[in-house]
Write a protein that binds this ligand. Sequence first.
Ligand code: HAM
Length: 426
Amino acid sequence: MKKIQAIRGMNDILPDQTPYWQKVESTLHRILARYGYQEIRLPLLESTALFQHSIGETTDIIEKEMYTFSDRNGESLTLRPEGTASCVRSSLQHSLLMQGIQRLWYYGVMFRYERPQKGRYRQFYQLGVEALGSEGPDVDAEHILMTARFWQQLGLTGLRLQLNSLGSPESRATYREHLINFFTGHQNYLDEDSRRRLYSNPMRILDSKNPAMQEIIEQAPQILDYLDNDSLNHFKALRDLLDRIGIHYEINPRLVRGLDYYTQTVFEWVTDQLGSQGTVCAGGRYDGLVEQLGGPSTPAAGFAMGIERLIALLGEQNLLREIARVDAYLVAVGLLAKHQALLFAEHLREAIPSIRLQINYGGGNFKAQLKRADRSGARWALILGDDEIAQNTVGVKDLRSEQPQQSILQSELPAYINQQIKDRVE
Ligand code: HAM
């Protein structure tokens, strides 16, 4: 049979990588708790209509990137391409909004049928954060602060914050008309993709990466000139807050985002270190979405970040330090030792709660077991043989130094190891 492979664009995360993921995840989770945000767990599958009614009919996601299929009942289901729509759906379904402002986060895989390349996958992990029920720019500012704290805590540098406002739906509609007029007047300069988008989603033309299009895009009208007073005030208040806190940002009038539900503030954190997929985190306000999905008029804001990109950036900046997987490997030679090994290991785990201890599986002579101990990456081989059992000792061999093997009383082993792993890099 032909070897079965993982589906293109869907990655295995192997055991040599998972410690980094766990480290990043726990750091993010800890920070979220410090802002009083709570986790919500959402299904991977939703009714296709949920995404059609939220993300926007003419977006790339809806037009060509969804994994959609009929289940055995003939119902159209879609593997979630993002989490905001599900989060709003769930909040409405369970009347969470009646309980006041919701501060929520979710973590998990999303699916988009995109052309896979470095930093762009068909299954990818996102951490998403949503605040439902508050309209002030303080929410937007806190989300930005929270993300800045993520970078700081992870040690990341060089991420740039880009900011824009898409205004109210009304000001956006006016802008859209002007944009269509402008590009219609310059149709000869448009590439095929942009011509296709001209009437369906003209703002996405501003997002084009085609070098030949840049000159005409530079000359296009800018949304910030079409904002109504409320939108201008919101945007100014946000910038004032960021200025006062000392968060640097660049205003990017071409930042329009690929999902249609955004209103007012939009932002992205970008880096030059990841090639063309340099947006690590992105989000903004979506004051109309809750109502659009059948709920009461409710302001909302949020963001999501791509964890593969975050880990890749940590790698680029040499921040993925070696994390110890195993501290000690228990070698048991002889029948007596083999019988006692399991219990001995359990006692050690009781006595040293942070120890990562592997026992030898399946016998083997001393040399073979020591070889496995070495391959496990453990710092020590703990050796139990007939002599050790008789004398209540354990042999301790430091596998990462040339020191000779020592014999330590079993009762003194926890104190010895504790002292040594105290300074272990976590
Ligand atoms: P998004 O910009 O589509 O927004 O995705 C957010 C982040 O997910 C991107 O900045 C990127 O880091 C990562 N990402 C997106 N697509 C891929 C992919 N194919 N492969 C790897 N990483 C990817 C949203 O999804 C919105 N729901 C964000 C949001 C939440 N806005 C308000 N609340």
